[in-house]
Every structure is written in structure tokens, then in C-alpha cells.
Write a protein that binds this ligand. Structure first.
Ligand code: ATP
Length: 311
């Protein structure tokens, strides 16, 4: 086959704890990651030239070498020069449905899709762990995006242990379209605060927060407990800077959902819901409270899959 269409799901963080700074400069993390059925659609086709080309109509997505999908194709070309020579270049079309710079791993999942797609297109037959090793070279969230589902991620976020899937939960995602948060900024700011937290009365030091209870709640498929154990250290730096995100989080919480939290480095906030109906009601109530058209609200379901070929 000379082309493949892939579904590349977004992720949310159910748990994000920053444990410290590693000798390599990355943060040591403990995260619980969850795929959702909001996904980009990626089309890969072999081109007659020997170049890599990315097309995407979304104004915030670069189509040059900085695009993670491009970087993934470039990595594959370097790692598998014979296949690249044999099959030629590739044209990558991204139908961007995941909000950009939103804490939903939109770029990472596109990169993961290109790895999986080129493995198929070039008939390499790579194993899941080989794909994840390549993924780790592209970014911390990319290995999770390859496999998807529910997982605990440690190290810089790339050491994965799968958890039992929890498929019957829903989220309402809320994001102001015009608001983006740089992941690098969020971590750097957290690091600065953490270094001086004794002197900063508004900064909450991380006391007694551990991922164990969240993992246990997932293993027992206890939705209520999952809602109560949501935790994200980065809220401490992002929410004070963006009061509208804090207000949105509070508004979700007030709709009586299982829990509400910011995903990753934000600014997306999600409400965890036990049914589709509850998610729709929460969405409607928040929409009524915030009629601002800049606020994008989307309902999505937990998903047990990572990158997959579109049927
Ligand atoms: P994460 O949750 O992994 O930290 P994010 O969801 O916050 O990521 P992305 O949507 O991946 O953020 O976008 C971050 C930046 O990456 C964008 O501002 C954009 O310039 C760049 N970028 C590169 N490739 C892509 C891509 N394929 N899709 C979206 N953004 C991309």
C-alpha cells in the first residue's frame, strides 16, 4: 500500500507530579496519562521525490522542519536509510482537530503517528518497544502517544507502565482558543518557584502527594476516587497567571462532576464525568456561564488505544 491514514488521539493527565530535576536537566516526573477520543487525522503517502513534506491548514501549526511530524519522518529516514532510499519521500497531511499548545500532546501524537505510519509504509515490522525507543528521541510524551490507553509514566515521562483501561469515563475539555501556554515556560517557572518556595507564601510545596492512590483508583475502576485524586503540580504556576483558566476550572467543578483539573501544562481544563449525559450537562452549564465564543468546549471519551490505522 502506498498510503496510510492514521488516527492520532490526544491525551490528558490525570496526575502530574514533579519529583525533582535530573542530572540531564529534565524534570523527574510521575504522571498518569490517559488517551481520549479527540484525535488528529494524519495521512501519509509515498511521494515520487526524496523529500519530506508536511501540509496542515491550521494557522498555529508550522509545516517546516520544526513540526514534530516532520522530525519523526526525518528520524525514520536517518535510522532506516535503505527503506528511505527504496520507498522515497513522504507527504504528511495533518487534519488538526486537537487544540494547539493546549496540554493535550497534539504535536507529540502527530509525531507518534508518523513513526507508526512509516513503519507500515516502509514495511519495517518494528516492535512496539522499538517504536517507543524511537519515540523517546522525539519527546517525552511521544512514547505514550504510540501505545495510548492508560499508563503511569515516570523518568522524564518516557518510562511507561500500562494500567488497566478505564473506557467508560468522559471529559469536557475547555480551552480559550486565543490562549496558549508554552510547556517549557510552565516547567521553568515551576522550577524557579520550587527553588524559592520557602520565601513565596503563595506557593504550595508538594507535601504528601503521591501517585499510589490514583493508580489504585484506576485499578479498581473507581470513578469517584479517580475524580478526587486528580492532581497536577503545574496548576500552581499556570492558574495564578491565567485567572480565566482558574475560573473555568471552578465553573466545571461547580457543575457537580467527578473532578476538574488542568491537563499537562494547560491551558486546557477538563471536567471528569461518569456518563455522556453528565458531560453534556456540564458543558451546557459552563457554556451558559461563559458565553464567550473564544471558549471552546468539547466532550470526549476515554480511549484505550494509541495510534491506529483509520478503518
Ligand atoms: P504537550 O502536552 O506535549 O506539552 P501541547 O499539547 O501543549 O504539548 P502542542 O499542541 O504539541 O502542545 O504544540 C506546542 C507547539 O509545538 C506549537 O505551538 C507548535 O508551534 C509546535 N508544533 C510542532 N509540531 C506540531 C504539530 N504537529 N501539531 C501542533 N503543534 C506543533
Amino acid at each position: 500500500m502506498r498510503s496510510y491514514s492514521l488516527i492520532a488521539p490526544a491525551k490528558i493527565n490525570l496526575y502530574l507530579e514533579i519529583l525533582g530535576i535530573r542530572p540531564d536537566g529534565y524534570h523527574e516526573l510521575a504522571m498518569v496519562l490517559q488517551s481520549i477520543d479527540l484525535a488528529d487525522h494524519i495521512h501519509l503517502s509515498a511521494s515520487s521525490t526524496d523529500t519530506i513534506r508536511v501540509r496542515c491548514e491550521h494557522p498555529q501549526v508550522p509545516t517546516d522542519k520544526t513540526n514534530l511530524a516532520y522530525k519523526a519522518a526525518e528520524l525514520m529516514a536517518v535510522q532506516f536509510p535503505d527503506a528511505f532510499a527504496q520507498y522515497g519521500g513522504v507527504e504528511i497531511t495533518i487534519d488538526k482537530r486537537i487544540p494547539v499548545a493546549a496540554g493535550l500532546a497534539g504535536g507529540s501524537t502527530d509525531g507518534a503517528a508518523v513513526l507508526v505510519g512509516l513503519d507500515l509504509l516502509w514495511q519495517l515490522g518494528l516492535t512496539q518497544s522499538q517504536l517507543q525507543e524511537l519515540a523517546a528521541q522525539l519527546g517525552s510524551d511521544v512514547p505514550f502517544c504510540v501505545a495510548g490507553g492508560t499508563a503511569i509514566a515516570t523518568g522524564r515521562g518516557d518510562q511507561l507502565s500500562p494500567l488497566p483501561s478505564v473506557e467508560n469515563l468522559y471529559v469536557v475539555l475547555g480551552k480559550y482558543r486565543s490562549l496558549t501556554v508554552s510547556t517549557a515556560w510552565a516547567y521553568q517557572t515551576y522550577r524557579q518557584h520550587a527553588g524559592s518556595n520557602v520565601a513565596d507564601p503563595t506557593f504550595e510545596p508538594r507535601l504528601g502527594v503521591h501517585s499510589g492512590p490514583m493508580v489504585k483508583a484506576i485499578i479498581h475502576k473507581n470513578a469517584r476516587e479517580i475524580g478526587q485524586r486528580l492532581h497536577n503540580d503545574l496548576e500552581q504556576v499556570v492558574l495564578p497567571k491565567y485567572p480565566q483558566v482558574l475560573q473555568l476550572r471552578q465553573a466545571f467543578q461547580d457543575t457537580g462532576v467527578l473532578g476538574a483539573m488542568m491537563s499537562g501544562s494547560g491551558p486546557t481544563v477538563f471536567a471528569l464525568c461518569e456518563s455522556y449525559d453528565q458531560a453534556q450537562q456540564s458543558q451546557q452549564q459552563v457554556r451558559a456561564a461563559f458565553p464567550d465564543p473564544d471558549l471552546n468546549l468539547v466532550v470526549a471519551q476515554f480511549s484505550s488505544t494509541g495510534i491506529r490505522v483509520a478503518s
